[in-house]
Write a protein that binds this ligand. Sequence first.
Ligand SMILES: [Zn+2]
Length: 525
Amino acid sequence: MFDVLILGGTVIDGSGAPGFRADVGVNGDTIEAIGDLSRAGARRVLDATGLAVCPGFIDTHAHSDGVLLWDPQHANGLRQGITTEILGQDGLSYAPLSAENYPVYRRYLSGILGEPPEDLDMSSVAAFRSHYDGKVSINTAYCVAHGAVRLEALGFHDRPLVGEPLEKAKRLVKEGIEQGAVGLATGLSYFPHSWSGTEEIVELCRAANEAGGVYVTHLRSNHNERSFGGEGGVPEALEIGRRSGIGVHFSHYRTAPGSEGQVAERMELIDRAKAEGVDCTLELYPYPSGCTFVLSMMPSHVHDGGPDAALKRLSDPAERRKAAAYLEEHDKLQDAVITYSPLTPDLEGMSIPDVAAARNVSMGEAACDLLVENDLKVAYRGAPPNSVAVWQQVSRDCMDFLSRPDYMVGSDAIPIGRMPHPRAYGTFPRFLGRLRRQFGVMTLEQVVQRMTDNPARRFGLTRRGRVETGCFADLVVFDPERIIDNATYDDPTQPPSGIPHVLVNGRVAVDNERCTGVLAGRAVP
Ligand SMILES: [Zn+2]
């Protein structure tokens, strides 16, 4: 007698090996049997005839840290077959933060993470994990957030982290990993992270490595004035790996319009470092443009002192003019479409150039005004390219990257606002359905391996990422022919098709394409 019995499917076990016809029997939270179980009884039978049964998808990069705390059902992830998300990405998260610093960073990050309850204890990674464990629909893993660590050690200031504050930061990283974090994450185009030098990160990574963690990096960009080693931050990341001995995981590493087709060029330095022994893995999402919070585009000095100081500067006419001029000189406001602006909700879905034209101000001024009017809570995405050929090439590049055995999938989901980037709703079925069928670069089994076994091994998620007896019953039942993303840039919150059932820790979390309300997710590993 099983609790759940999945009958008649083709098991794609996550290893990359060819699928095989078998039933899967689940008891409690565990896969107990795989084989011909057609005579066994079960409390619940799921008919998987003609369908594939694979491990639950592990999203290596999601910005759901806030959203999960007020929307624990998390349909946008769950409906894609995601059963585990790794949080703390880009170093933009809440732990470890003292009772004084949590409200400060919560407010600063409200444009990307939304507004979770203000009275939560985020003073340690253990406390952070307790808010998700058994309380949300998916499993969550966590990377200690560099932004939080720097805030605790030094405050929201453009100063080097050295001496006793550096020792404190190292202790926080080590403690965080000992309390269950899988690594240290940073985003070196964000603040306060980008005020750090390479040396600081090498030191923090030594501490993380000693505790058994991985270094997850959103690379330093030219957006901030200081640049270390150029080449889009790749040499710096590799140097950090080389000097600290830590495994380096590259966040959302792909081509974009302008570099489409340059897969080999993008990988050259990384492959050379790998040949010398630097341990590198990577992830990506299958879209040609990005998404982040508008505040992060502002010049360095605007951020010094934190959100109150930033808002004050943006409200001052002379400072506003300066910030606006900087934005126009440096950035891509031309392509920016507002995805989240909760206090001016009618602007969600409009481009910043449109808002500027309607208000008869410059684009930079429009961006500053939006931040002030929304108390800093504004996110935007880039528009996709006008050229279909360029978009097609970027999509093809995504499959070429993913075909490498060191790649995995990170959606970079920011599921807030009415017009989010479609990656929050479509990443996994887009790879597994649309792009796999269109380009034929990878087998179904290979794509599944990148989404399951690869991240489970990289981040030490024990008994996950495989359909094997003794593993946790995180399972997806999907139709290989029908699975497809339906979220588009114009209609971004459409759920995918072809994924009838999702199990999390043995509980049916999606049943016939409907979320069941079950909150069986755990803080892992
Ligand atoms: Zn991100």
